[in-house]
Structures are given as structure tokens and as C-alpha cells.
Design a binder for this molecule. Structure first.
Ligand code: PLP
Length: 237
């Protein structure tokens, strides 16, 4: 990468971080309660390292093998945290957990049980979020609200801490529709919290196109990819 691209990446990071602070202020929230996760699925290890140098300490990957490859080749300091935001196959849990990520995309009781078992065996506790299918579309990933309620009836006693809910707005929704989905996700979290007596402090929702709406509705983690790479690399979509 040339130095222009490096500068542009840093500029994009600062712009996005500023927009997140503005959105927090507008919503009457403390910006420190919102973590910006830089989604690195579009870029290689060297750009990922530059993003960290620009100040982004939370990295999101949706493919476990790519997370391994980057985490193992880059060996970041302890202040860099990985976030798994895509489907995690159970046979990839152990190697993924070694990197002590937060897992946003728990989409089955079996996966939760595996994460709990593998974590407990290594004497640590993994923070996880349950992925809700917020859009009623058959093809979307995540669990239905009923599946999540039934999962919360019997959560593993050790190895995991369920800290919140992750949602994606349906494709092609406009910003009002996205905001309604985010509000519904927050209500759902509040209900679960009351029903099961669990704090569930985290709401992972909002991407490049809708993080302002997500913050207005209480997102504590926003997952931002393409906005960071404008003018740095080409993203086909
Ligand atoms: C790719 C991805 C993002 C980031 O999306 P952008 O629109 O590029 O910001 C966020 N969350 C998940 C689960 C993703 O797969």
C-alpha cells in the first residue's frame, strides 16, 4: 500500500469514530459506551495491521480461518480484541477461542455448549452474544426469538457469559425500517433481561449504512467495514 492509502485509512477511521461520537451525543448517550468494531473481512493482514495502527482496537471477522490466519501472523498486543461476527462451525471453535474473541454470532444451543466446554477446559470464560434473526426473512442467519428464549432456559453454568444480542437489519431496508428493527431488537433484549434476570448489557447492531440509527436505539457495538476502506481498496458490492 502506498502512503496515500495509509493516510486515507487513518482519515476514514477518524471520520467514522467522530460520526459515532456525534450519533452518541445526539442520542444523549456516552460515546464511551459504544465500541466501534472495524470489520476486516474485505482486507488482508497488512491492511488489518494498518487499521490497528490508526487506532482501531476491535477487529471483526466473519470467517474463522481468516481470523486465525490474521491473529497468528500479526500477534497483536493485548489491547487488540477480536470479534467473531459470522457463523462459527463447532469444529472450528477451539482454535478460534485460543484468540480470546467475543463471539457475536451464537446461532444454536449446540454451538453455545461447545464454546462453554472448550472455554471451561482452558479455564477461561468467553463472552458471547446471541444472534437474533431480526428481519423475519427465511434466508437470514440467527435464531428466532422463540429459539433464543428456549436457549436461555438452560445456559451452560461455566465457560461462557451471555452478554447480549446481535442483530442485522434486513438487506435493502431504508433507514426508518432499519431503525424500527433496531428498536424491536432493543425491546426484545429488555424483555429477555427481565424474564431471565440476566443483565444482557450489549446490543451489537449497526453497520456502515445504518450505525447512526443503531446508536439511536441503544447499540453498544457497531460493526463497520466498507466505510473504512473508501478510497483505500475497491469493494465489490
Ligand atoms: C460485513 C459485515 C459487517 C460490515 O458491513 P459494512 O456494511 O461493510 O459496514 C457487519 N456485520 C457483519 C455480520 C458483516 O458480515
Amino acid at each position: 500500500m502506498d502512503s496515500n492509502a495509509v493516510d486515507r485509512l487513518a482519515e476514514n477511521w477518524n471520520t467514522v469514530a467522530g460520526e459515532v461520537r456525534d450519533a452518541a451525543a445526539k442520542a444523549g448517550r456516552d460515546a464511551d459506551d459504544i465500541t466501534v468494531i472495524g470489520v476486516t473481512k474485505y482486507v488482508d493482514a497488512s491492511v488489518t495491521a494498518m487499521l490497528v495502527d490508526a487506532g482501531c482496537k476491535h477487529l471483526g471477522e466473519n470467517r474463522p480461518q481468516v481470523l486465525w490466519q490474521k491473529a497468528e501472523s500479526l500477534a497483536f498486543d493485548d489491547d487488540v480484541r477480536w470479534h467473531v461476527i459470522g457463523h462459527l462451525q463447532r469444529n472450528k471453535a477451539r482454535r478460534t477461542l485460543r484468540h480470546r474473541p467475543i463471539i457475536h454470532s451464537v446461532d444454536s444451543p449446540r454451538l453455545l455448549a461447545t464454546i462453554a466446554e472448550e472455554s471451561a477446559a482452558e479455564d477461561f470464560v468467553t463472552d458471547v452474544l446471541l444472534e437474533v434473526n431480526a428481519s423475519d426473512e427465511e434466508a437470514k442467519t440467527g435464531m428466532s426469538p422463540d429459539e433464543i428464549r428456549s436457549l436461555l432456559e438452560t445456559i451452560p453454568q461455566s465457560g461462557v457469559r451471555v452478554v447480549g444480542i446481535m442483530a442485522m437489519a434486513g438487506w435493502g431496508t431504508d433507514s426508518d425500517a432499519a431503525q424500527r428493527q433496531f428498536a424491536a431488537t432493543r425491546h426484545f433484549r429488555d424483555q429477555l433481561s427481565t424474564q431471565f434476570g440476566l443483565p444482557l448489557p450489549h446490543l451489537s447492531m449497526g453497520m456502515s449504512g445504518d450505525f447512526v440509527e443503531a446508536i439511536a436505539e441503544g447499540a453498544t457495538m457497531v460493526r463497520i467495514g466498507s466505510r473504512l476502506y473508501e478510497g483505500v481498496i475497491k469493494i465489490g458490492h
